[in-house]
Each structure stands twice: as structure tokens, then as C-alpha cells.
Design a protein around this ligand. Structure first.
Ligand SMILES: [Zn+2]
Length: 161
């Protein structure tokens, strides 16, 4: 069995436990959505999931996806990234290893920070009487592309003044 399959079995068991503990229905749609998420890499939106389910010829409603993604967030199996854009962006979290991201406040582009220093510092923090499920750090700023555009605009403004 591959490592990926093992991970999925573990995640599915955690979702089952969550549904049972909260007296929620275990539907084949909910498990199909979870499986699809674990076959995707990186961030995704509700539309991405709808497309993927369509490709797999698994008919599903948008509302079923909304409900299930909410449940998965509550079950700590996916995170919803805190963007100011109106579209919700999710990502799976299959383990407790710290994650850090940089977000451009201008274009809302999110990039995973792969450096070890930040991950180690965040991972070393152990709060008292609080059971950590996952660790996520966001660093906000301006990406080089947006900075270039903004600088260009500023230059144009100073020329016309
Ligand atoms: Zn940007």
C-alpha cells in the first residue's frame, strides 16, 4: 500500500470519527468529496471541487460541497485560508507539521514558504492546556509583481504632476 493510500485511510477514519461524535450523517457524497480533496495538490476552491467531481462523473450539488467543506474545516482536516477575496480558498492538512504562507495583500496570491527556520520556530511552541491540531502562519505583504505595478503607477503620477 502506498504512503498516500495509508494517509487517506487515516484521514477517512478521522472524518468518520468526527461525523459519529457529532451525530452527523455518513454519506457517500461526503467521503467522495474528502477523497477528491486528497487527490488534489495545493489550494482549491468550491468550483475546483465541483469541476473535479464532474470529471470523475460523480454528480454532486454545490450545496453538498459547501456543507462538506465546512464539516472538514471543523474536523481539522482542511483549512480555509483567511483571504479578503470573496472566494473561499481551502487546503488539506493531513499532518500536524507547521505550515507558513505569504499572502500578497494586493492580488491575494498565496505562496507556501518552504524555509525551515520559521517552521521549526512555530513547531517548537507548545501552548499549555491546549491540544494543537495544526499550526499555520500567515505573512502579509506585497508580491514583487504588484510592487512593480505600484511603483510604475507612482512614477507615472510624479511625471504628470
Ligand atoms: Zn500581488
Amino acid at each position: 500500500m502506498s504512503e498516500k493510500t495509508n494517509k487517506y485511510i487515516e484521514v477517512e477514519a478521522r472524518f468518520r470519527k468526527y461525523l459519529l461524535a457529532n451525530d452527523l450523517r455518513q454519506t457517500k457524497e461526503r467521503y467522495a468529496i474528502l477523497k477528491t480533496i486528497y487527490n488534489m495538490e495545493g489550494t482549491f476552491t468550491v468550483d475546483d471541487l465541483l469541476n473535479m467531481m464532474e470529471i470523475q462523473r460523480f454528480p454532486i450539488s454545490r450545496s453538498a460541497i459547501y456543507t462538506t467543506t465546512q464539516l472538514l474545516v471543523q474536523a481539522n482536516l482542511i483549512i480555509r485560508h483567511p483571504f479578503s477575496s470573496s472566494t473561499a480558498v481551502f487546503e488539506r492538512i493531513e499532518d500536524s507539521s507547521p505550515r507558513s504562507y505569504q499572502i500578497c495583500s494586493h492580488c491575494h496570491r498565496i505562496t507556501r514558504i518552504k524555509g525551515r527556520d520559521l517552521a521549526e520556530a512555530v513547531g517548537a511552541y507548545h501552548p499549555r492546556r491546549f491540544n494543537v491540531s495544526h499550526r499555520v502562519v500567515y505573512i502579509y505583504g506585497i508580491c514583487p509583481k504588484c510592487e512593480q505595478i505600484l511603483n510604475k503607477r507612482l512614477k507615472q503620477l510624479s511625471v504628470t504632476e
